[in-house]
Design a protein. Structure first.
Length: 135
């Protein structure tokens, strides 16, 4: 009975988790493939993101949208937030810095969109770097 309870408990945990192990593994593979492709670059064209998703998870529109959403939710990558952008950023600190520089009046909107904790963390890193500067 203990074994059956344990198995049932594990099934419930897996069912209750928001993302399966398979999806997590695919997401890690997608991230690895993109990083290999872009090297030290801060950003990439959407075609690089699409190809990595297609190679690791499938090419249907819902699959592409789902994995892109997960890349953003987990702050692995962010699509440039204007119009129908083809650019995805992979360096969170630079992404926040560029958004702040280009859209200073929209910081509150971006903090809401990406999460206050994420936004504040990367703003602080930017503030720390500019505060110390060259001495």
């Amino acid at each position: 009975d203990d074994l059956a309870d344990s198995v049932d408990s594990e099934r419930k945990k897996k069912k209750d988790s928001d993302v399966s192990e398979t999806v997590k593994n695919r997401l890690e593979s997608i991230e690895s493939q993109i990083q290999r492709e872009i090297g030290d670059a801060d950003k990439a064209h959407v075609s690089v993101v699409n190809k990595a998703i297609e190679d690791n998870a499938g090419s249907s529109r819902p699959t592409l949208e789902r994995y892109k959403e997960m890349l953003e939710q987990r702050h692995i990558a962010h699509q440039w937030p204007t119009g129908d952008s083809k650019t995805w950023w992979f360096d969170n600190e630079k992404f926040v810095n560029v958004l702040e520089t280009n859209f200073p009046s929209r910081n509150g909107e971006f903090a809401d969109r990406y999460g206050n904790e994420f936004w504040d963390k990367h703003r602080e890193e930017n503030d720390d770097e500019t505060a110390t500067g060259f001495q």
